[in-house]
Structure formats: C-alpha cells, structure tokens
Design a protein around this ligand. Structure first.
Ligand SMILES: *Cc1c(COP(=O)(O)O)cnc(C)c1O
Length: 462
C-alpha cells in the first residue's frame, strides 16, 4: 500500500492509550476539576482545525522530500511517546520518573556501547543537539577556562554561538576540498599553544563530511588538547561504518572511542520525534561541575538523578521511553538500526554515480554519508545561482504527487575551484543544490529524483 506503514498505528495508539487509562484507574477514581473540563465536540473541532492547518507543511515523511534534515519518527516511537506523555514523567529526577530514568540508563548504555565507550561514563539525553553541545563546550571551558575552542569552518553554527554564550574564544579551522577539517591548518593553531578543545564534526550539517577524527585525536594528544565530537547528525553511521562507508571514513568512526565527549541526536537518524539529543563524557570526574544545592529539588534516592548531571532541568521521560522502545525493535547493530542507514548511504552513492555521467548536472563533491550536493552544468556563478534556485522552485511546483523538494547550499568560487569546478566569477557566491537522503526509501527513489531534476536542468540550461 502506497504511503502506508506496515504497522497499524491506530491499533497501537488504541492499545497504549487504553493501557494508560486502565493504569490510571487502578489509583481510584476522582472527578477532574470543572476548570479543565471541556466539550468533546469542541475539542474535536479544534483538532480538526489543527490537522487542517497542518496541511501547510512540506511532506517530510515522503521520499519526494529530499531537502533538509527532516523525516517522520517511526510509529513505535510515536506510540511510546504518546503513552508515556499521558503520565508525563520528568527525567530530571528518579522520583519524578522511576521507569523512564531506568529506560534512559538502558538506552545510554546502548549508545555508549555503539561508540565503544567504556562501561563507566557520564551522560544523559537532552532536548536537542544544541543543548548537548552547549554542555560539552561548557565542560571544556570549566576544565580549561583560559583556552580556546577550535572547530572547522563547516561545523554547525551552534559552536560559535555557544562559545559566545560561554564567553570562550573559538577558532574556525578551514576545510579541505572534501569538506573535512584541514589538519595542516589545525596544526598551525595547535602550535600557538592556546587551544584547549578541538571540536570534530562527524557528518557536517551542510555536506555530511566527516572530520579526520583519528588524526585529530593524535594531534590533540601531542598538543595536550581535549577532543569533543559532534555527531549530532552522523553518530548512528557508526553502526555501518566498517562495512558500508569508505575505509578512510570508517577509520575515523573507529576513533570515537577515544574522544573526550560525544554528542548524538536520536531525532536526526534515530527515528525519534524532536526533543531528542544526547551527550556522553568519558571522564567521570567532570560530574563535579554540575554540583548544585537547591531547596526545591526532591531527590530521595541515593542513585544518581539525571538532574544532578545535566544543565537542563525538566526533561521528557517520554523521550527516553520512545528511544527505549525504538531500540527494542531496531537495536544498535548493523542488522538493526544500521539496516535503516545502509539504504540512505546507498541512495547518496547511487545518485552521485548518476550525476557523474549526466549531461546537465554534476556532483559538487563525493558524498561521505547520505548528504548529496550537486549543481547544474553551467559556465558562470550567476547562472549557477539562478539555475539552482530555479530547479528548486520548479521541482517543488505542481500537484502534490509531482512535487520534489530540494534544498540549496551557498558556495564560494574558491570552494568550487578546490573541487575542480571553474566558472566565470561574475558573482561573489552562488547556490548549488543539496539533498539530505536520510530516508531508507530514498534508495529506490533516486532514479526518479535524478530524472526529474535532470529534465528540469536540461530545459533551463539549453
Ligand atoms: C543538527 C545539528 C546540530 C544542532 O542540533 P539540534 O538538535 O538541531 O539542536 C549540531 N551539530 C550538528 C552537526 C547537527 O547536524
């Protein structure tokens, strides 16, 4: 059945809503207060209006959506989140979330094992990759208050923004033609002696490039710096690195175990709804920086509460439950969640192949994960910018079933030249096309996407 999941989501929703209602009933009946009573028909009307208003969206769940980092969560996560949200546990404290704190511990263990981290680590889920990275950079500042934080020019802007928040100085290291951090430029900075932490990105947001972590760690040891790895996007590719990524990329994934801290977003490649990041620290002693003593926290057990080792306070137990349930169905193995990632990687590889021989399109660079950048074959920067944008507009037009949604990415002439693409420099920069192929359905969808985009490109550059 087209567009239909093989799961019966309404049946699963019924199951969990029914179970939670029964659970509530075991505590004895009470009348909800008048102030929160509402009219069933009116609520239904509002929800109807809601679903109508949700028409105003792009089809993030559909393989014709090959634009930004967006996709729908798996039904198991939807049902688990909804069930848990009805009770609304708060993973800030064990007392506010006995069941879901334990689930969070379970999933953290599984994720840490995926990174080959030691069994003893400090870590927790977060609302997002931004807060997870903020926390890692905060610890970096606490450990080395006078030193700088280095990251690649292609690192997520959250790192420079959070450096500002933290009052640290950040240094942007240029990238090479493959989008990876330049080791030469990094050494120049390290030699100055004031870099305390290097941020490596595995799966840059723009290009999906993987910084050379193994080499960065070797340099960091030599120059006495720490290494934080932002795998918000690319972390789960660790599951398939050895058998399905380039050997050089796999070598850097294998070095994750040596990083001082790691961030990963289950709401990117972990089949989760938004509100799902995670941070891991190898050195347990950094726990001391979280110390607080407020009269209104309510820790009554001796076990560590997540609230004692996180910057955020309230945090959805539902989020932990959703990941926990998802990992029961898709364990963190190559055959489990890895089998969802392999086809996304194949999609990028296959489309790249098609672009190499196209008469009207070409790749911007070889994809390292599942993010593909490409451009129309034109002779000037201004034309490149115009045609790229026009392709995006025309592909997204027409009936819903015809629409193909793409994204653009701004490049500079020297970045094109570094990739062997020389154009008439009649503009300071230009947009190229970018597709995040993060849905496994993209694997079989690539020829359709390619043919359609090529057809539009041909007409525009003729
Ligand atoms: C998405 C992303 C972030 C930001 O994470 P959010 O979950 O959006 O807050 C940071 N770094 C990288 C590499 C990302 O892809």
């Amino acid at each position: 059945m087209a567009n239909k999941d093989n799961l019966d989501l309404p049946a699963l929703i019924n199951q969990v809503v029914g179970a939670i209602e029964s659970l509530k009933n075991t505590y004895g009946e009470f009348e909800p207060h008048e102030s929160v009573r509402s009219d069933q028909a009116r609520v239904s009307e509002v929800l109807k209006e809601l679903t109508d208003r949700l028409e105003d969206n792009f089809p993030y769940f559909h393989p014709n959506y090959a634009a930004q980092m967006l996709k729908a969560p798996h039904p198991v996560a939807v049902a688990a989140y909804l069930a848990t949200m009805m009770l609304n546990p708060n993973n800030h404290s064990i007392d506010a979330s006995p069941a879901t704190t334990q689930m969070e511990r379970d999933v953290l263990k599984q994720m840490a094992a995926m990174f080959e981290y030691p069994e003893e680590f400090l870590g927790h889920l977060t609302w997002s990759g931004t807060t997870a990275n903020l926390e890692a950079l905060w610890i970096a500042r606490e450990l080395q208050p006078t030193k700088k934080i280095a990251h690649s020019a292609d690192a997520h802007y959250t790192h420079s923004r959070m450096s500002e928040v933290l009052g640290t100085t950040n240094v942007s290291i240029p990238t090479e033609a493959d989008g990876r951090m330049s080791m030469e430029a990094l050494v120049v900075e390290l030699k100055k002696g004031d870099i305390g932490t290097i941020v490596a990105t595995m799966g840059t947001t723009g290009l999906g490039a993987v910084d050379p972590l193994a080499d960065i760690i070797a340099l960091a040891r030599k120059y006495d710096a720490r290494v934080h790895v932002d795998t918000a996007y690319g972390g789960f590719f660790k599951l398939i690195a050895e058998n399905h990524l380039e050997p050089e990329t796999a070598r850097h994934y294998a070095a994750l175990k040596d990083a001082d801290s790691i961030v990963v977003d289950p709401h990117k490649h972990g089949l989760q709804p938004y509100g799902s990041g995670a941070v891991f620290f190898k050195d347990l002693s950094i726990g001391k920086f979280y110390k607080h003593d407020s009269p209104y926290t309510y820790f009554i057990s001796d076990d560590l509460h997540f609230g004692e080792i996180q910057l955020e306070c309230s945090r959805a137990g539902a989020s932990a439950a959703a990941i926990w349930a998802t990992l029961q169905i898709f364990p963190l193995t190559e055959q489990g969640l890895g089998s969802v990632l392999i086809p996304t990687r194949n999609a990028a590889k296959n489309w790249h192949e098609l672009l190499l021989t196209s008469d009207s399109l070409m790749p911007y660079q070889k994809p390292e994960l599942d993010i593909l950048t490409y451009l129309p074959r034109v002779d000037s920067l201004s034309k490149l910018d115009y045609v790229s944008h026009e392709i995006l507009v025309q592909a997204g037009a027409g009936s819903r079933e015809q629409q193909i949604h793409l994204a653009t990415y701004v490049v500079k002439p020297e970045q094109l030249q570094a990739r062997g693409i020389s154009l008439n420099e009649d503009a300071t920069n230009a947009r190229v096309l970018r597709s995040v192929l993060m849905k496994p359905e993209h694997e079989t969808w690539v020829p359709t996407l390619h043919n359609r985009v090529q057809e539009i490109a041909r007409k525009l550059i003729r």
